[in-house]
Every structure is written in structure tokens, then in C-alpha cells.
Design a binder for this molecule. Structure first.
Ligand code: B12
Length: 430
């Protein structure tokens, strides 16, 4: 039985080939382990028209849906149903995990909520044995992350993707799943709000496999909580000695322990990215960030003191945003010594609290056209026009984003998402 796992293209993305489809590669590894023939069809970089010819006959199709690409994914499912009649088509990923019962997903034979490693095997087993299985399957969070096989890198051309650390190709890796915070803009439908960690040994084993198979010792950690446990960082540093790692990770700015940043630095971290979001304490509180503007300043300073490059992520247009709060954010950028600032338009992604309860936040969702739910796109780096705040219309918010892009350009920041992989960006010499 051949299972085809499909990554949908994202035409709004500035670089659709930035990262390998890690989630699908995990699913492929699990299916292969159970003896199923598996293929990952990576449609990134294609238009809907050009991707059709890439889709080949198979016994079962699994499609990953993000919200802004869900419509395209549904079109691909229709294409498969028309061209390969009778073949089951199932879906999973962030969008169906948040809205599993939505009408537009009716075309799918099965919908998987959450981490798919166990569920996909259950579904494929059922089809192979001609057994009935419920349509919507809610996956349990996988407690023993070490029990999951390593991602099946051989299913895609790993060197085709563009993510770089210090100008050289890096591999995506995820050492923990879930986040214990409850930010109102975040969709936690897949990984949940309890953090589960892989053992450091298991992570180091993955790193060594990548080095041995691909000669690559550069990584991007996608974890939300990479920096929160100092003891793990100590162990990580010890166990990766001699591997000459270079990596990038996310950090939380309420970690104000200088040792932590030394540990990052000494284990090969070059860049740490903080979700700063706003220069306004009021907006941070409304977001439920459980963090302060003061911590944001301090953490940037601490990380830079040890020689890390610091990138800040910001969000514009969260409910409550006004010209004044935008100015506070710009003030923050002027005063802090960030190496790079990246701005995104706030989008109430299905699954996040603002999407579920817009009235609680005093905001209006003005579009339910999911193709417009992109955070940033195009040369102007604009986001979809999805919300308006009490004091700013969607058009006014867009004008503010344009103004911010000019501001960043004047300051020599690139400021658009994904610019960091370009060779041109000079990292600070340390
Ligand atoms: C790293 C990351 C990225 C990377 C690339 C991710 C990758 N490796 O492919 C980049 C920067 C490119 C990216 C881009 C975007 N991202 Co992003 N990203 C993340 C992040 C931080 C980790 C994702 C990851 O690699 N997880 C690890 C793997 C193992 O999980 P996974 O991919 O979700 O797959 C699992 C399940 O979803 C499920 N599954 C997935 N597909 C399928 C298919 C089937 C058939 C089945 C059964 C199961 C299944 O099983 C997998 C294994 O457990 C998450 C937040 C988070 N911490 O989870 C956001 C997140 C997934 N991203 C998000 C968004 C919105 C985007 C963008 C749409 C932004 C935009 N352009 O506007 C784009 C879309 C890209 C695209 N290709 O369409 C949202 C999704 C919300 C939503 N409702 O869509 C998230 C959840 C952030 C958030 N909390 O709000 N992202």
C-alpha cells in the first residue's frame, strides 16, 4: 500500500522553499517503520496549475493544511478525487486541528486533529484491512517523544530548501513540543499547552545522524521553549562538545539568567529569536504574554552581551492597537539594540483565543476567507486584512505596516520575514 503525503504550496509565502516539511517527514518515518511504502510530494514552489502534474497515483493521500493554504489543499483533494477515483484522501495539520468539523473539509475521508504519528498508522492500517474507522480522529499528545522515529529526510531533497544559519544550509529540528503559555494570538491545537521534552540523548542522536548522512552541522530549533530549562542546556552543551554545531533557536525574554545565554553561546547558538510582539505593556497584557517590556529590553541585552545575534518578532494590529501603541513599539526598536526586527500583521488564526472570542478582545473579524489569513506577503510585506481594532480600520492598519517597513528600511533593518536566510545579511562579527 502506497501512501502519498502532500505538502501544499504556499503562494503567499516570500520563500515557499524555506523549510522542509518536518511534520510530513515524521509521518513518513512512522509509516515506513510499519512497512508501508511512502512518498512525500513536496509541492512547495508550485502554483496550483503547475502542481497538478506532480501528483501521481497512490493508494491513499494525506494532505497537510495550514489556514492560509487550506483552500488550495482542498482544491488538490478535489483534483485527486477526480483523477484517482476511490482513493481515500485524509488531512491533518494546524487548520483541521483547529476546525475539524468545518464544512469545507467534507471532501476528506478522514480528518486528524493534533500530532499525526500514531493516528496516520491507525488510519492506514484500517484502510488496508478494510475496517471502518471514525472520520474525525483526535490524536492523544505523544508523551514519549523519544519513541517517535527520526524524520525521514530521505523522502525529500533536503538540499533544495533554503533555511540558513550564518549563510549555510541548516536542518530544522524540534527538541520539545508544546508551550505552557496561553498567548491569545497563538493556535495551540496541534502541540497543546503542556511542554513535552525529548531526551537530550535522543536530540544528539538526531544531530549526529544529520552530520554523518549530510555533513551538515547547522540547525534551526523550532521549539517554543528551548531556553527554559537550564539543566537541559548544560547537558546539551556537554553532549555536543566537538560537533562544531551552529544553530538558531527561539527564546523567552523572561529567562534573565546570563548563564543560560552563555550556555547557548558555548553550545554553538549564533542567533536567538525573541517574540517581543509590542513595545506597549498594555498590548502585551491584552495578548496574555505574561511578560514585560522591561524583560524584553533586559533579555536582548543579556543575549547580546555574550555575543549572540538577536532577532525580535513583532506583531501589528492586535486588538487594542492604536497609533500610540504602534509608536511605543517603534520607540522600543529605537532604544533596544536589536540586530533585526521582523514585523507581522496580527491574524486571528483559527484555534487562537481571539478567533474564538473576538468580542472578548473588542475586535471584529471582517473576513472568513482563509486564503487571506497570511501574516506577511509580497514585496511590501503586507498581511491579510482580517481584523480591525476599535481605533484602527483594516486599511489604516495596512498603512501603518507600510510606514513601519519604511522605518525599518531607513534604519538598515531588513525587517521582512525570512530575509535572514539571504547571504547578504551580515551577522554581527563576535
Ligand atoms: C517552524 C514553523 C514554520 C516554518 C516551517 C515549518 C515546517 N517545518 O514545515 C515556516 C517559517 C516556513 C512556517 C511557515 C508558516 N507557518 Co508556521 N510554524 C512553525 C512552528 C513554530 C513549528 C512547526 C513544526 O515544524 N512543527 C513540528 C512538526 C512535527 O509538526 P507539524 O508540522 O505541525 O506536523 C504534525 C501535525 O500537524 C500533524 N500533521 C501535519 N500534517 C499532517 C497531514 C496528515 C495527513 C496528518 C494525518 C497529520 C498531519 O502531524 C505532524 C506530526 O505530529 C509552528 C508552531 C509550533 N510550535 O508548532 C508554526 C505554525 C504551524 N505556523 C503557523 C502559520 C500560520 C504559518 C504560515 C501560514 C504563516 C504565513 N505564511 O502566514 C506559514 C505557512 C507555511 C506553509 N508551507 O504553508 C501556525 C499555523 C496556524 C494555522 N491555523 O494555520 C502555527 C501553529 C503557529 C501558531 N501557533 O500560530 N512555519
Amino acid at each position: 500500500m502506497l501512501v502519498d503525503l502532500i505538502r501544499v504550496p504556499d503562494p503567499t509565502c516570500i520563500d515557499d522553499l524555506l523549510d522542509e516539511p518536518l511534520g510530513l517527514m515524521y509521518l513518513a518515518a512512522c509509516l515506513k517503520k510499519e512497512g508501508y511504502e511512502t512518498r512525500v510530494t513536496n509541492l512547495a514552489g508550485h502554483s496550483f496549475e503547475s502542481c497538478k502534474s506532480e501528483i501521481k497515483e497512490s493508494d491513499l493521500y494525506g494532505i497537510q493544511l495550514y489556514t492560509p493554504t487550506s483552500e488550495l489543499g482542498i482544491e488538490i483533494a478535489k483534483f485527486i478525487k477526480e483523477n484517482f477515483p476511490g482513493k481515500p484522501v485524509i488531512c491533518g495539520g494546524a487548520h483541521p486541528s483547529a476546525l475539524p468539523e468545518s464544512k469545507e473539509l467534507d471532501i476528506f475521508d478522514n480528518v486528524v486533529i493534533g500530532e499525526g504519528e500514531r493516528s496516520i498508522v491507525k488510519i492506514v492500517d484500517a484502510y488496508r484491512q478494510n475496517r471502518r474507522i471514525q472520520r474525525v480522529i483526535k490524536s492523544d499528545f505523544i508523551k514519549e517523544l523519544d519513541s517517535i522515529p527520526l524524520p525521514a529526510w530521505d523522502m525529500v531533497d533536503m538540499m533544495k530548501f533554503h533555511r540558513k544559519v550564518e549563510g549555510q544550509r541548516c536542518f530544522g529540528i524540534i527538541g520539545s513540543r508544546g508551550c505552557s503559555f496561553h498567548c491569545a494570538f497563538c493556535d495551540q491545537a496541534i502541540m497543546g499547552n503542556k511542554v513535552r521534552f525529548r531526551s537530550i540523548d535522543n536530540i544528539v542522536y538526531e544531530i549526529k545522524e544529520v552530520i554523518n548522512k549530510y555533513g551538515v552541522s547547522r540547525f534551526e530549533f523550532f521549539d517554543d521553549m528551548f531556553t527554559v530549562r537550564k539543566s537541559r542546556l548544560v547537558e546539551f552543551k556537554e553532549k555536543t562538545k566537538g560537533l562544531k554545531l551552529s544553530y538558531r533557536c527561539n527564546g523567552r525574554t523572561d529567562v534573565l539568567i546570563k548563564d543560560v545565554y552563555w550556555l547557548l553561546k558555548e553550545s554553538g547558538c549564533k542567533v536567538v529569536c525573541f517574540g517581543i510582539e509590542s513595545g506597549s505593556q498594555e498590548i502585551l497584557d491584552r495578548m496574555g504574554k505574561q511578560n514585560t517590556v522591561e524583560n524584553n529590553y533586559k533579555a536582548i541585552e543579556l543575549a547580546q552581551e555574550v555575543g549572540l545575534t538577536v532577532i525580535g518578532y513583532f506583531m501589528i494590529g492586535f486588538p487594542g492597537e492604536t497609533i500610540e501603541t504602534i509608536n511605543e513599539t517603534l520607540e522600543f526598536i529605537k532604544k533596544s539594540n536589536l540586530d533585526q526586527a521582523q514585523f507581522y500583521t496580527f491574524i486571528p488564526l483559527p484555534g487562537c483565543d481571539v478567533y474564538k472570542h473576538p468580542e472578548k478582545y473588542g475586535t471584529k473579524i471582517i473576513s472568513y476567507n482563509y486564503s487571506d489569513y497570511y501574516l506577511v506577503t509580497g514585496s511590501e510585506g503586507l498581511g491579510g486584512k482580517i481584523v480591525e481594532t476599535d481605533s484602527l480600520s483594516a486599511d489604516e492598519l495596512e498603512n501603518q505596516i507600510k510606514m513601519i517597513r519604511r522605518f525599518l528600511k531607513e534604519r538598515g533593518f531588513r525587517g521582512r520575514t525570512q530575509d535572514y536566510y539571504k547571504d547578504k545579511l551580515k551577522y554581527k562579527q563576535v
